[in-house]
Write a protein that binds this ligand. Sequence first.
Ligand code: XMP
Ligand code: MG
Length: 179
Amino acid sequence: MQNDIQEILISEEEIQQRIKELGAVLSAEYVGRTPLVICVLKGAFIFMADLVKVITVPVEMDFMAVSSYGASTKSSGVVKIIKDLDVPVEGRDVLIVEDIIDSGLTLSYLIELLRNRNAASISVVTLFDKPAGRTVDLEADYTGFVLPDEFVVGYGLDYAELYRNLPYIGVLKPEIYSK
Ligand code: XMP
Ligand code: MG
């Protein structure tokens, strides 16, 4: 698996350090409240797990699975709900945990959905951002790292469902895509 990686963009240590910083900021932001933290599956599951461990206020967690990519590396623009939330968001302070924002289509769809369900507040924390890919006007409230416009894998992010378990973020060798 490591042999398929051309370059490591962000190391495991850098990721863990940045998550601690994000946790401290979010803990201060939500002090006195109990946010509903929503993990956007599958990509964000590792980030979610590491992030909630460094948040010091009580949180509730829920999981939502959406799909916009299929097996391709470019957004189709179509967002499909594969698994909806289990709990109502009405009146809740919602924190959406995303792995990566590219076009912004997935997130703008989710925000609109939660707004329509009358969340009290909606904030977004994303570990990675690729601003060059944006097709809709959207910014996360909290961002871990800004990445170049390259397809990345690792730390929850996949190519054809593989590489999610790499502890760092990297770029695949070109020959992997032509397989
Ligand atoms: P959009 O374009 O809707 O994309 O902002 C968000 C979702 O697309 C996936 N995505 C990636 N997945 N490597 C991946 O493994 C990437 O470089 C990448 N860029 C976008 C991801 O699932 C994200 O939630
Ligand atoms: Mg994916």
